[in-house]
Design a protein around this ligand. Structure first.
Ligand code: HEC
Ligand code: HEC
Length: 361
């Protein structure tokens, strides 16, 4: 034990000596604490952190079948669900770049900018409710929103159904995905198929998961140090469960309100859903899985650097200024939440017929 401590203290001096001389004065306190993996794992579990299960997440009132999931994949990539014929779910939830769009706030119909940053669809099935303010109870309720939203896909349910019914392959696929229904091509069933597909968009086997399941070597010592800080500083009070967030609502600026650039005054969050004064500026704790892939951060999408986002959180939610070192270690831990990205084949969509409504710019 003694030997190990000395070794660590020496390596700390070496490291700080190489990088920034004056840091040496901080002495061994700045050195990474030796990690007792088993003890840290217990702490993580008691803080409510859980490994992401393999396989699709569970959805309610929507039996999952291959036919439905395949149809949902087509609809997710289907630009003709939008009035312009240009915008699909994948436009803003691009599965090649972490399930979001890398924009501060999304750009939709007619190049309009929406008010909020697009969250990732990856692992969204594990959120307690959908959207930054939780206004959609589940993925099938959520899917109907963007298609009708003016600044997003700007379409009408009747037009969507007419588009889908104009292509015989869709009619046949809806029939197989919703067997026994007399009129299976409906807006509701479209949403159910999309939900079934989205439930498969999960990213298991992140280094953190493999480590939590018992493989000490799956995370680096920096990631472990970052995890210890993430728990020790109190981040897990709000970011916990399978999705390391996404499970509950909290005021953004619980202790100290961030500036209006990061927390725009016009967006009162959950207040718009519940009309309860205490819900002003309340948002769902951001799910932190794959967070290293989904900059920019916060519902305003104004922060591009993960370390900076971590620092803002600590000030706003915990009232603690993090040292640069601690913010960096936590950000390094957060990279251990990047899991195996779903390998999705780009679906080939049916060709339109003379009955398919024409795109409206
Ligand atoms: C123009 C860009 C755009 C398009 C197109 C779009 N979305 Fe989104 N999506 C967003 C934005 C922005 C949000 C966050 C809105 C909010 O919280 O108020 C969001 C939120 C979501 C969420 C919630 C995730 C979470 O963590 O709460 C899901 C799921 C989702 N979209 C799926 C879809 C599906 C399915 C489609 C296609 C039917 C779609 N989106 C089309 C931009 C878009
Ligand atoms: C009191 C609850 C609370 C605590 C404590 C807390 N957070 Fe948050 N976190 C939130 C909420 C709420 C949001 C969503 C903010 C918004 O609306 O943009 C969030 C968002 C985030 C985001 C951005 C997510 C995204 O997709 O853009 C990161 C990163 C983050 N938190 C990390 C941390 C870290 C690291 C800590 C500890 C230093 C921490 N949080 C402590 C509630 C909390």
């Amino acid at each position: 034990m003694k030997l190990r401590l000395i070794a660590i203290a020496c390596s700390a001096i070496l490291v700080s000596g190489l990088t920034a001389g004056p840091v040496l004065a901080a002495g061994p306190a700045a050195a990474p604490a030796p990690t007792d993996d088993a003890a840290l794992r217990d702490k993580a579990k008691s803080a409510g952190l859980q490994a992401l299960p393999y396989g699709a997440g569970k959805v309610t009132n929507n039996p999952m079948t291959h036919e439905k999931i395949d149809l949902g994949a087509m609809l997710f990539f289907e630009p003709r669900l939008s009035a312009s014929g240009l915008i699909s779910c994948a436009t803003c939830h691009n599965l090649s770049i972490g399930g979001d769009d890398n924009q501060s706030t999304s750009v939709g119909h007619g190049w309009q900018k929406g008010p909020r940053n697009a969250p990732t669809v990856l692992n969204a099935v594990y959120n307690t409710a959908q959207f930054w303010d939780g206004r959609a109870a589940d993925l099938k309720a959520q899917a109907k929103g963007p298609i009708q939203a003016g600044p997003e896909m700007n379409n009408k349910p009747e037009a969507v159904v007419a588009t889908l019914k104009s292509m015989p392959e869709y009619v046949e696929r809806f029939r197989r995905a919703f067997p026994g229904e007399t009129d299976p091509v409906t807006f509701d069933n479209m949403a159910k198929a999309i939900e079934a597909f989205e439930a498969t968009l999960v990213t298991p086997s992140a280094p953190f998961d493999t480590w939590l399941e018992g493989d000490d070597a799956a995370m680096t010592s920096e990631q472990k140090e970052g995890l210890a800080l993430f728990i020790g500083k109190g981040c897990t009070a709000c970011h916990t469960g399978v999705n390391v967030g996404g499970q509950a609502y909290f005021p953004f600026g619980l202790i100290k309100k961030p500036g209006a650039d990061i927390l725009p005054l016009g967006d009162k969050g959950r207040f718009a859903v519940t009309k309860t004064a205490t819900d002003e500026y309340v948002f769902r704790a951001g799910p932190l899985r794959n967070i290293a892939l989904t900059a920019p951060y916060f519902h305003s999408g104004q922060v591009w650097d993960l370390e900076e986002a971590v620092g803002i959180m600590s000030n706003a939610q915990l009232g603690k200024e993090l040292s640069g070192h601690d913010a960096k270690q936590i950000a390094i831990f957060l990279t251990a939440l990047t899991g195996q990205q779903p390998q999705v084949m780009v679906p080939i969509l049916p060709v339109e017929t003379k009955d398919t409504p024409k795109p409206k710019p």
